[in-house]
Ligand binder design. Structure first.
Ligand code: SF4
Length: 245
C-alpha cells in the first residue's frame, strides 16, 4: 500500500467511503427505487443466475405469461416450468429450484407471498429467507435490497472480485462471507448500498474485468491494494495474480 496515497486507509470504513464516493463520481450516484414484490424478486433472482439481465427479464416475463399464479407454477410439471424459463439458460436446474422455494414458502407461511418480510427487522428478514431451500446470502440480499429497500449488499462475482482487488476484503474471503464484512463497512443507508452495488458491477464490467484489470485507466488506482502491489512490488513477495486471489 502506498503510505503517501490520498486514499491510504486507516481503517476499512474510511477506505470503503473513499471508494463509494469515487464510484459515485464516475458512474453516478443512484437512489433506490421500488422494484418487484418480494416473491417476484426472489424468483427473478433465481432466474438471473449465470445469465444476462435481458435474458433474465425475458424468462421472468415468459414464466408470468405461462402461469396465472405462483401456485400454478408450484404444482405444474417441472418440465413445463423449465420450458417457460428456457430463454434464461440452465432451465432444468432453475425450474426445480423455483418449485422447491415455492413449496418451502407455502409450508412455512400457508400462502405464497413474502409480504410479511416488510415488517421484519433486517436481520430477521434475512434469516427467514436463508432458511428457504436453495436461498444463499446473495439471493437473500437481492430480495432485501431491491424489493424491500433494506441496506443489504448482494455480492455477485463482480462485487466480490473488485472488492478483493481493491483490498476492501482479504484475498481469501469468499463471496458468502464478504456480505457481512462489506455491509458492516458500508453502513445502513440503502441508497448508498444500492449505489455501491450497481457501481461496483459497472466498474467490474468496464474496467476491473475478470479477464484483466485495466489499471492504467482506472479512476480507483490510487486507493487500490492490487494496483499498489503491482506498482511497487515487494522484493520478497511474489506478485498477486490478476484476480486478486
Ligand atoms: S486499479 Fe486495477 S485492480 Fe484496482 S480497481 Fe482499478 S482496475 Fe481493478
Amino acid at each position: 500500500m502506498h503510505h503517501d496515497s490520498p486514499c491510504h486507509r486507516p481503517d476499512a470504513v474510511a477506505h470503503i467511503n473513499v471508494i463509494a464516493h469515487r464510484l459515485d463520481q464516475v458512474y453516478g450516484s443512484r437512489r433506490w427505487r421500488p422494484h418487484l414484490r418480494p416473491l417476484d424478486e426472489l424468483v427473478m433472482t433465481v432466474l438471473s443466475q449465470h445469465t444476462s439481465d435481458v435474458n433474465t427479464e425475458r424468462a421472468f416475463q415468459s414464466l408470468r405469461a405461462s402461469f396465472p399464479t405462483w401456485e400454478a407454477v408450484r404444482v405444474a410439471p417441472t418440465s413445463a416450468v423449465a420450458d417457460a424459463v428456457r430463454t434464461g439458460g440452465l432451465a432444468d436446474r432453475k425450474a426445480p429450484r423455483i418449485q422447491a422455494i415455492l413449496n418451502d414458502i407455502l409450508a412455512e407461511r400457508g400462502v405464497l407471498d413474502l409480504d410479511h418480510l416488510v415488517d421484519l427487522p433486517l436481520a430477521a428478514a434475512r434469516d427467514w429467507l436463508l432458511q428457504l431451500n436453495g436461498v444463499g446470502p446473495k439471493t437473500a440480499a437481492c430480495v432485501l435490497l431491491f424489493s424491500l429497500g433494506r441496506p443489504a449488499l448482494p455480492v455477485d462475482t463482480h462485487v466480490h472480485r473488485v472488492a478483493k482487488r481493491l483490498g476492501l476484503i482479504g484475498s481469501a474471503v469468499g463471496a458468502e462471507a464478504a456480505h457481512a464484512l462489506l455491509e458492516a463497512d458500508l453502513g445502513a443507508d440503502r441508497d448508498r448500498v444500492y449505489a455501491f452495488h450497481v457501481n461496483m458491477i459497472a466498474h467490474g464490467r468496464a474496467v476491473c474485468t475478470a479477464r484483466r484489470p485495466f489499471c492504467e485507466r482506472c479512476p480507483l488506482k490510487d486507493c487500490c491494494a492490487f494496483y499498489a502491489h503491482v506498482a511497487t512490488p515487494s522484493p520478497t513477495s511474489p506478485p498477486l495474480p490478476p484476480d486478486g486471489s
